[in-house]
Design a protein around this ligand. Structure first.
Ligand code: SF4
Ligand code: SF4
Length: 135
């Protein structure tokens, strides 16, 4: 089509007016996850035995495990969603979720220097059995 105004952007602008949007209105319109899609790591505190294998194998050093404190933590901004931790966990405590979640940005770093996207779980130590009453 000849361009009567000799403006190169006019045909493109007209096409954009009548065409569908190139992007989705996330989060109101969410794209369904495709087969094999990777997402955020989900952790099950109940089954974890704090063996630390996931932390040792994580290529991005995104996982911190403490056997003494019985704590497990992940830095979602550092995680590259490779799935290695999910594969090596013998207790099946880790999985990948493709549910849309909250997006974190580095601008959220607080005054205390704490990175955004870091989530920690702490397994409560069971209370000791009460000592039997003296007779
Ligand atoms: S590999 Fe599994 S069981 Fe071991 S610390 Fe990681 S999540 Fe827990
Ligand atoms: S998915 Fe990969 S980068 Fe993310 S925590 Fe697991 S091993 Fe580390």
């Amino acid at each position: 089509m000849a361009n009567p105004f000799r403006l190169p952007m006019v045909p493109r602008a007209l096409r954009n007016v009548v065409s569908r949007p190139a992007t989705r209105r996330y989060p109101t319109e969410v794209r369904p996850a495709f087969s094999g899609a990777r997402g955020a790591i989900e952790f099950d505190l109940e089954t974890c035995n704090f063996c630390m294998l996931c932390a040792r194998r994580c290529p991005a050093v995104a996982i911190t495990v403490s056997r003494e404190d019985r704590s497990w933590a992940i830095d979602q901004l550092t995680c590259i969603a490779c799935g290695v931790c999910v594969e090596v966990c013998a207790k099946k405590s880790l999985s990948m979720s493709t549910r849309p979640g909250r997006v974190h940005t580095r601008s959220e770093i607080g005054a205390d220097g704490r990175r955004p996207g870091r989530k920690e779980w702490l397994k409560p130590v069971p209370a000791p059995e009460p000592a039997p009453a003296a007779e």
